[in-house]
Design a protein around this ligand. Structure first.
Ligand SMILES: [Zn+2]
Ligand SMILES: [Zn+2]
Length: 454
């Protein structure tokens, strides 16, 4: 009898030991794009400041090609992609491709000057001087970048990256047609991301556009159809026309994640002028600063998005009165972002507020009196409903701007859905309308009508 009791007790304990804690621990796993990053020690990875969307007199910008590159170098950038409209970037000491579209730049007296061989060597190796002394670290030249859909009035712009030489040169694009540009990059084995979606949506005039299911579905459809289209800009220049692209990103993430698509957020200065250069950029975590690692990191998402200016909004902040304005203070920076079970630890500097967002809503906030260091662990086991989150992401705010992490995916083991584009009669009618919308004449008439009635 005693033996049977102990057997039963043993079985009960065993059952208990395996069932209850197992359900709590294994119900989901946090998948972080930063999981391979070495944050400290001799093998620590570098934090490299870079920009992947930049203009010059080669297309419609005011600054000469060589000056735009040298000024990025002077301002401490570690890598740069020149992505003039409809011009695929080459090494900076090669003559850029000249398009008839930008002949007016010569007519109004602007020049296009490539780097000399010596300047190119000096800039990429770090021997080129800043304030009279060699900078000491090179700025990597990322070639094959092109802001596609050059001539579109609707600004349906797409950044093609790592395109073969001349692919995309003179691609003027069709109005309201992001997909055509994405398809071009895809066919050339390049990668792409969608530029400043808020500029196309006019979301600065109407915040509701970034949550409109039709608009969210429009971008999600393109991202789901093309593996090579890896994400969208969430910060662009000073965010005057893109203040709510983070909210659009949240909505697109929630639509795409069930299909296993992690939408990467990008941040770029889209510089046309000197004053844009330090407006928005990204910080890549990499063992070494090479073109190949930059490409890999764009795809893995082991990087952070920084902007110097951001307006408040009621949904995810910063709240009214907390507008971030560029003050030449250091930008908020992540020093660590590590996952242990259901806990995520962040160490950050030069910030006074850290917030976590899940499924488009703020779930946790940590604030300091003034800019300083924050070390904070978010334990999802203490957050109600965490098992239903699709992702979490972190934002830092400080005097010097706002910095975002990529999304960390909550993997609950659910089967990944297969995406099948909508081919119903309704969708076909919409696609017919899209073709009309892609005509320049339609857009011109619409602009005239809008300007008369608004
Ligand atoms: Zn653009
Ligand atoms: Zn641009």
């Amino acid at each position: 009898m005693k033996k049977i009791t102990s057997l039963l007790l043993g079985a009960a304990l065993t059952f208990g030991a395996f069932s209850v804690p197992a359900a709590a621990v294994d119900s989901y796993r946090i998948v972080s794009p930063y999981e391979d990053v070495v944050w400290e020690g001799d093998a620590a990875w570098g934090a490299y400041k870079g920009n992947l969307h930049t203009h010059s007199t080669v297309s419609d910008a005011e600054m000469d090609f060589n000056e735009m590159i040298l000024e990025h170098y002077r301002q401490g950038f570690d890598f740069l992609a020149m992505t003039d409209h409809g011009v695929t970037g080459k090494a900076w000491d090669e003559e850029p491709t000249h398009l008839p579209l930008y002949l007016y730049q010569y007519i109004i007296g602007r020049k296009t000057t490539k780097l000399t061989k010596e300047e190119f060597e000096g800039v990429t190796s770090g021997t080129y001087p800043v304030d009279g002394a060699p900078r000491g670290r090179g700025m990597t030249c990322v070639v094959g970048g092109n802001e596609l859909n050059a001539l579109t009035l609707t600004k349906c712009h797409v950044n093609g990256m790592f395109l073969p030489p001349h692919v995309g040169d003179n691609y003027l694009g069709y109005e309201n047609d992001h997909e055509g540009a994405v398809r071009l990059a895809d066919a050339a084995d390049g990668i792409s991301f969608i530029n400043h979606p808020g500029d196309w949506l006019h979301s600065n005039r109407d915040i509701n556009t970034v949550s409109d299911p039709e608009n969210v579905g429009y971008f999600a459809d393109i991202l789901l159809k093309y593996d090579s289209c890896i994400g969208m800009e969430v910060f662009n220049e000073r965010n005057h026309v893109t203040p709510y692209d983070r909210i659009l990103w949240d909505n697109v993430l929630m639509t795409c994640l069930p299909y296993g698509k992690r939408v990467i957020g990008f941040s770029n200065n889209d510089a046309h002028f000197h004053s844009h250069i330090d407006s928005s950029f990204s910080v890549f975590m990499m063992p070494e600063n090479t073109e190949e690692q930059i490409k890999n990191t764009m795809q893995s998402g082991a990087f952070f998005c920084v902007t110097r200016e951001l307006s408040g909004n009621d949904i995810i902040g910063p709240a009214e009165g907390f507008d971030v304005r560029y003050s030449e203070a250091p930008y908020p920076a992540f020093r660590e972002l590590t996952v242990d079970g259901h806990a995520v630890t962040v160490r950050a500097q030069d910030c006074n507020k850290l917030q976590w967002i899940a499924n488009g809503k703020v779930i946790d906030v940590k604030e300091l009196e003034e800019d300083g260091e924050i070390a904070y662990t978010l334990n999802l086991d203490e957050i109600e409903g965490a098992e239903d989150f699709q992702y979490i992401r972190c934002e830092l705010f400080g005097e010097g701007g706002c910095t975002l992490s990529q999304a960390l995916v909550i993997d609950n083991g659910a089967e990944v859905k297969t995406y099948t584009p909508d081919t119903s009669a309704k969708a076909k009618a919409a696609s017919f309308f899209d073709r009309i919308r892609s005509l320049r004449i339609f857009v011109l008439i619409k602009i005239i009508i809008d300007s008369i009635f608004h």
